[in-house]
Design a protein around this ligand. Structure first.
Ligand code: HEM
Ligand SMILES: [Cu+2]
Length: 556
């Protein structure tokens, strides 16, 4: 049951493993509780992260020396395709949905999502789709046309094994789950908020999840439509993307990037949301310019549907579209820049507390800015023409995806782990993890900017000896990638170790002020005994010290 009933009978438990409703594997397999589903999403995303990292490490090992023969060329193609697809669709998407479905009801004072069964449907459909893609290895070989699968390469004439069919079917299935979950999040946020929680008072994280929901429901159908078309081309001999029969490979690129560009914002928005909760709490100040922050998210949501052609500057579209899309792409830097300044201004003059969550947030700020500046560089057409499909691109999107998305959501895990499990993560292990990750990540990917400028193309299986700097930089990058993977293993170890041995957290270990910290850790089955009337953007502060309206003058 959702809504209505309130548990009066429960005994307080302060550790996830003791929650009676969650015991036994069946309780997890059949759950429609948003908290369990959130944890399932996050755990499976972390599982796929390990898989994806193994693939990444294999590529780095292959590229460690010139003329290396660790894997074959065909295997390398499958590996980078599976790596990119896994990271974007089976790590990034479930990780953000995990945070969204776990936290949204708690943060708005609701008992569950609007449609709890649809919520469980979304998760299982995603997991089924993801496993189906890996099944392709048992059915004749993985896909090998890259994560954006441009025709004609992805057409049957060039790739006749079944991998590409699995690829299209798998993403089609997970796409259905994503749209279901996106809708569910929108309806939940619009209709299930606690009394008094106006849209102006929802935490920034929730606001960004609302925008994320809109991005999901408007962009993923475009991908799914094009996936059906490529499947028809491959299986039913239609010719949507076949130029020799009057079709257009460019059409695929338009469809794919109409989805693909918003997708990068789908991936990064929850990270921004997490940062917007973590930085204020560990600066002991309300978020600076929260209204502007919300407005700039809306602006980015709209703009992100109008920039897709910047992925196609090199295909020969003529100058008018190039100029238009260069300008819209540069425009996105404005609201994004506003966000970075807001986070900095929140820290400015605050009482900073350098917890591991805060450290990851600060690293996010620097690394995401580097990634973002790389993006601005690509919006400048001549620079794009020079650097497109070089390792500069690989550097750029890993700075956004790891430096931005992964760092910020790890900050979120350190911050909310006590809420979900009832125990604190070890800060000592966390600091080791943090510094190893900083060294490993920047060492691996920063030098790729230089490799790109020196002319190394992306998606190459090997390279000749004696190219300027290539051997040294590739060797260095691979060594650092081992440090990166070691740091991730330490993090996973911390997750398990702290689950059994971490300090008991209590409801509000960070002295934060949003509603999820009112619930017990872990929260009871329907989240709250009683939700207070919300009078400002910091309801827990109001409970403690009385309400001061919506002003931002109070510094805790
Ligand atoms: C252990 C960490 C990682 C390592 C060592 C790594 C390494 C690499 C390398 C070497 C490539 C270039 C392949 C080539 O062009 O030949 C690549 C591509 C890519 N990576 Fe990663 N990566 C890591 C983590 C991630 C993460 C966390 C994400 C996203 C969340 C990601 C997303 C991608 C994407 C989308 C591609 C493009 C694949 C394609 O061209 O089809 N990577 N990665
Ligand atoms: Cu883009």
């Amino acid at each position: 049951m959702t809504g209505g009933t309130i548990h009066h009978s429960h005994k307080p438990v302060n550790w996830l493993a003791e929650v009676p409703e969650y015991q036994g594997i069946l309780s997890w397999l059949t759950s429609i509780d948003h908290k369990q589903l959130g944890i399932l999403y996050i755990m499976s995303a972390l599982g796929f992260l390990v898989l994806g990292a193994v693939l990444g490490l294999t590529m780095r090992l292959q590229l460690m020396f010139p003329m290396n023969h660790l894997v074959t060329q065909e295997a390398y193609n499958q590996i980078f395709t599976m790596h990119g697809t896994t990271m974007v669709f089976f790590v990034g998407m479930p990780l953000l949905f995990g945070f969204a479905v776990y936290l949204t009801p708690l943060m708005i004072g609701a008992r569950d999502m609007a449609f709890p069964r649809l919520n469980s449907y979304g998760f299982w459909v995603y997991l089924f789709g993801a496993i189906m893609l890996f099944f392709s290895f048992l059915a004749g070989g993985g896909p090998s046309a890259g994560w954006f699968a441009y025709p004609p390469l992805s057409e049957k004439g060039y790739l006749f094994n079944n991998g590409q069919n699995y690829w299209a079917l798998s993403l089609f299935v997970t796409g259905i789950g994503s749209v279901a979950t996106g809708l569910n999040l929108i309806v939940t946020i619009l209709t299930m908020r606690a009394p008094g929680m106006t849209l102006k008072r929802v935490p920034l994280f929730v606001w960004m999840i609302l925008m994320d929901g809109f991005l999901v429901i408007f962009s993923l159908p475009a991908l799914n439509a094009s996936l059906v078309m490529i499947l028809f081309d491959r299986i039913l001999n239609t010719h949507f993307f076949d130029a020799t029969m009057g079709g257009s490979p460019l059409l695929w690129q338009h469809f794919f990037w109409f989805f693909g560009h918003p997708e990068v914002y789908i991936l990064i928005l929850p990270g921004w949301g997490a940062i917007s909760e973590v930085i204020p709490v560990f600066s002991r100040k309300l978020l600076f310019g929260a209204g502007v922050m919300a407005a700039s998210t809306v602006a980015i949501t709209f703009l992100s549907f109008g920039v897709w052609v910047h992925h196609m500057f090199a295909v020969g579209l003529g100058f008018a579209p190039l100029y238009i899309f260069a300008v819209t792409s540069l425009l996105i830097a404005v609201p994004t820049g506003i966000k970075v300044w807001s986070w900095l201004a929140t820290m400015w003059g605050g009482k900073l507390k350098f917890t591991v969550a805060m450290l990851h947030s600060m690293a996010f700020l620097i690394q995401f800015t580097i990634g973002g500046l790389g993006g601005v560089a690509f919006a400048v057409i001549p620079i794009d023409w020079q650097l497109t499909d070089s390792y500069f691109v690989v550097a750029h999107f890993h700075y956004v995806l790891i430096g931005g998305l992964v760092f910020s959501l790890i900050a979120g895990i350190y911050y909310w782990y006590p809420k979900a499990t009832g125990r604190m993560l070890s800060e000592t292990l966390g600091k080791w993890h943090f510094w190893l990750m900083i060294i490993g990540f920047n060492g691996t990917f920063f030098v790729m900017h230089i490799l790109g400028i020196l002319g190394m193309p992306r998606r190459v299986w090997t390279y000749p000896a004696g190219m300027p700097g290539w051997s040294e930089l590739n060797f260095f990058s691979t060594c650092c990638s081992f440090v990166l993977v070691a740091s991730m293993l330490l993090f996973v170890y911390n997750l398990f170790w702290s689950f059994y041995h971490g300090k008991i957290a209590g409801p509000n270990p960070w002295n934060a002020w949003t509603l999820e910290w009112l619930a017990e850790s872990p929260p009871i089955a329907e989240n709250f005994e009683r939700v207070p009337v919300v009078r400002s953007r910091r309801p827990l502060w109001d409970l403690q010290y009385g309400s001061g309206g919506d002003g931002e003058e109070h510094h805790a």
